[in-house]
Design a binder for this molecule. Structure first.
Ligand SMILES: Cc1cc2nc3c(=O)[nH]c(=O)nc-3n(C[C@H](O)[C@H](O)[C@H](O)COP(=O)(O)OP(=O)(O)OC[C@H]3O[C@@H](n4cnc5c(N)ncnc54)[C@H](O)[C@@H]3O)c2cc1C
Length: 411
């Protein structure tokens, strides 16, 4: 991959980061598995959660947490460039940080953009220290791609909001203390206008969780039920009725972090697959070579799109539809690399000795990658965005856009 930023003024930061990472990775065993893929953390996996929290705490103590977040909220007050350099250096290792992807990648940036000063002071530093883990509660059984059609309702009662309804696919809620939740607070206006975002303490009475069992055997996401959950009025995030605008900030960060800025560490890298092909004596096989070259090209494109997005963010631009392009290309590479890795690994990918610590990784990755086509915007929805905003095709008809939500059929 040719995705390394080089700028002599930043060399010192890179050297400090590389040095710190090398020392800590060896001390704490944050070394990559031979197949290059990452472990995921399911319900009940308390040890893995603690390991993630320890890693985040060490990053904070080492001065590498919230690198581009303001110092008054626990960050390092440096630029995005330094954050990217740190990401590049940390790719060489396997930092156990998966439980913080949503908090630090989506909830934190939303609080930074839309939160009150009090909210920023209360929540951002504990997030950076790894003390509090966050999730994002938007999707509902009847509202995923069309999240503005959600029906969870919050009603003001004195100085508290009372929340009722259900969310689904809430990643990581079982090990989180907090979440950002989107609810309908006014159904007399069209669907995008009557939403409000709240900061929710998941330990509040009336919140109950049920993990969902997945095809790969894991339980990484949940159904979450709200039964008269009382949320203090000062936990509104971004203003009453502004939920759609606030959620757009979160979703843009989600697409960018899922597609571009986040390293490709949940699937097999081309480099790891080349090593596997060499181990099996297959690097002379023309068909294998062609497939590896194709994967390398796609992986390179993912890296280049990431650089392009990063460059535009560094120029102060808001991430736009290029986040959708990057996520789509990343998903495509992930699916292809998982399929090829599984085939290349042969019988050992389908059945492995119990004592092989990463024997299940090819099967697990193959079963995991289809979810990437759905999480954070489905492939079809991203193609719609690209069609409309990049290619200038006509907009999809939205017949329910201007009708008060309560007058919509079926609501
Ligand atoms: C691994 C994973 C983690 C997730 N984590 C979270 C989380 O932490 N928090 C959260 O809130 N949600 C989360 N989600 C939910 C995710 O955001 C939704 O699944 C996604 O938005 C799709 O919604 P849906 O499942 O309701 O499908 P639907 O929106 O019902 O879509 C069904 C099918 O119709 C297609 N479709 C829908 N609308 C259109 C259209 N306009 N044009 C063309 N085709 C269309 C879709 O592409 C899809 O194929 C997660 C999902 C996954 C898979």
């Amino acid at each position: 991959m040719t995705d390394t930023i080089s700028d002599s003024s930043l060399d010192e930061f890179r050297a400090r980061a590389a040095d710190w990472l090398a020392t800590k990775a060896h001390q704490h065993g944050w070394l990559r598995t031979p197949d290059g893929s990452r472990r995921r953390v399911g319900a009940g996996d308390h040890e893995a959660v603690e390991r993630n929290q320890e890693c985040q705490r060490l990053l904070f103590e080492g001065g590498f947490a919230g690198i581009n977040w303001p110092t008054e909220y626990g960050g390092q007050g440096l630029g995005l460039r330094e954050q990217i350099i740190f990401n590049e250096e940390s790719r060489k290792y396997d930092l156990p940080l998966v439980v913080f992807i949503i908090g630090l990648g989506m909830c934190g940036p939303t609080i930074l953009a839309a939160g009150t000063d009090e909210q920023k002071r209360r929540y951002l530093e504990p997030m950076l220290r790894g003390e509090e883990i966050w999730c994002q509660l938007f999707s509902e059984p009847g509202a995923g791609s069309d999240v503005a059609g959600l029906t969870s309702r919050a009603v003001l009662d004195g100085d508290e909001w009372v929340l009722n309804g259900q969310k689904v696919w809430t990643s990581g809620a079982h090990h989180c203390q907090f979440g950002i939740v989107l609810a309908r607070t006014d159904s007399s206006v069209p669907k995008h206008k009557g939403l409000t975002m709240f900061i929710l303490d998941l330990r509040t009475a009336g919140v109950s969780l049920r993990p969902i069992r997945q095809i790969d055997g894991g339980e990484h996401f949940n159904e979450v039920y709200f039964d008269n959950v009382r949320i203090p009025a000062d936990q509104v995030l971004g203003g009453v009725g502004n939920g759609w605008q606030t959620a757009t900030t979160t979703l843009m960060n989600e697409r960018v972090s899922l597609g571009a800025v986040r390293p490709l560490d949940d699937v097999h890298s081309t480099q790891a697959l080349i090593a596997l092909a060499a181990e099996k004596g297959l690097t002379g096989d023309t068909s294998i070579r062609r497939q590896l070259a194709d994967l390398w090209m796609r992986e390179t494109v993912v890296g280049l799109l990431g650089q392009r997005i990063t460059a535009s963010i560094m120029q102060g631009k808001q991430p736009g539809p290029e986040g959708s392009v990057a996520k789509l290309v990343r998903t495509d590479f992930s699916n292809k690399s998982a399929e090829f890795g599984f085939a290349l690994a042969g019988a050992g990918a389908a059945a492995w000795p119990a004592e092989a610590p990463t024997g299940d990784s090819f099967a697990n990755t193959l079963l995991f990658v289809p979810s990437l086509s759905v999480a954070g915007g489905t492939d079809e929805v991203l193609k719609n965005i690209i069609g409309e905003r990049v290619l200038g095709l006509p907009k999809e008809p939205q017949v329910d856009r201007d009708i008060p939500f309560r007058d919509l059929k079926g609501r």
